[in-house]
Design a protein around this ligand. Sequence first.
Ligand SMILES: [Zn+2]
Length: 286
Amino acid sequence: MFRVTSNSELVVAPVSDQSLHSTTSRQHFEEQLISHLNWFHERGRQVRFWWRDDDAVAPTPALETLLNLSEEFGIPLSLSVIPKYAEEELARRLKSTSAVHVLHHGWQHKNYQDKSREEKSSEFGWRRSAQDLTRELVEGKQTLQELFGSRFVPLFVPPWNRIAPPAVHLLQQQGGYGLSAFTWMNHFRMPHVQSHVDIIEWRKDKHFIGWDCARKRLDLELCRRRTNSTDPIGLLSHHLDHGNGCSNFLEVFFKLTSDHPAVRWLSSKELLNEARKNFNQASEVS
Ligand SMILES: [Zn+2]
């Protein structure tokens, strides 16, 4: 059921297209999710979730769908915004939202690794100078602060979820930052708020992973939380790449979780503050 990618990320392999719109698969998904949540509720415990959506630069119909879902179900939404292309129109649109924060998504989402040598895409990888990376970090932060004010949360989301250790070191020097990527086994020594459940199948034509795959990915995370329920589960979406099925999944998932007593949806702002405290305490002990 599991496959290990070249990044040593442990993920559950997506299932075939057949289950994408299967009512039976959806019912199975709903039943297993509720069963998991009930397990926590029966023991007086809670599971914590947060929601990250990547690649925002401007208001679009696809983004509007997400903003409406966030509003309807009272789910905090963290948009990771690409600073170089962020439009004032987006900042204006977010002013009328009540639970949306903005995260720092690289500088221009450009790959600098060598594809001809089969290197994985990364903007903050090992092929760049410290000077260039630092300049982009500083400019990105300034841009987002000016555009989004208090909605900006200094949580850095490296494009393609990849960042090289020297770039992490430069990020630490910016002060107050946390890091958000995708389920690493080895965490860098800085506060982090990870994402875990990606709802898009990227390898073919970008579409919803399907109910069976979503069930298995959540099953893995919820089983892990039985021994460590404080670690929040990060739901990851990409509104510009949502093919048929993603919005429907989000609606079903939010409906099931938003009023379940064993679920707590948190904002990235709350989680970054918490991650900072935990990190400082751990640093004092070591
Ligand atoms: Zn991205």
